[in-house]
Design a protein around this ligand. Sequence first.
Ligand SMILES: C[S@@+](CC[C@H](N)C(=O)[O-])C[C@H]1O[C@@H](n2cnc3c(N)ncnc32)[C@H](O)[C@@H]1O
Length: 181
Amino acid sequence: MAAAERIAAELGFDKSCLPEVGRLLSAAAASKPRGTIAESGTGAGVGAAWLHSGLGDGARLVTVERDAELVRRAAGIFADDDRVSVLQGDWRLLERYAPFDVFFCDGGGKRDDAERVVSLLAPGGLLVMDDFTPSAGWPPRFEGDVDELRLFYLTHPALVATEVLTTPVSSAVVATRRSRD
Ligand SMILES: C[S@@+](CC[C@H](N)C(=O)[O-])C[C@H]1O[C@@H](n2cnc3c(N)ncnc32)[C@H](O)[C@@H]1O
């Protein structure tokens, strides 16, 4: 985590996940000790480092980032661990590693192909998405309008989903893919 935070600071990258989200990621990864753990949007590697902190001996972590410099720097953090692959390119490169037991969808997919994101989950697989703004009441709203994206995930028939506060002003959607569709 310290190495990833240092890279983020050096590159002026300010989109890393919060520690509150990181602890959620670590717990999610640890829940699937032989699982395939995926992340779209490696950034500087902070989220990947949290996922890695919960990674079981029989698990693997694959993360993808389109920015070449971020990939180069983040890959260096995990160079000694052959359970980890840091890919460069579009998030769809992840598909060849599916189905995912944990998917931290944080850069690509979440907005542009939400149905595909759900389809990449293994039965019982966990989907985590952060950076939502907590909304009182139902349906969830963002800046006055119904948040259709959040609604999609929270009501998807293949998911059992909830929204959890990560700080008083931010939330995450956590969803489990049902074992039958
Ligand atoms: C919120 S940041 C990721 C932060 C990181 N997951 C963490 O928790 O520290 C989003 C990242 O996704 C990358 N990204 C955005 N769209 C992408 C796509 N279609 N394919 C791959 N990477 C993408 C961006 O370059 C950016 O670095």
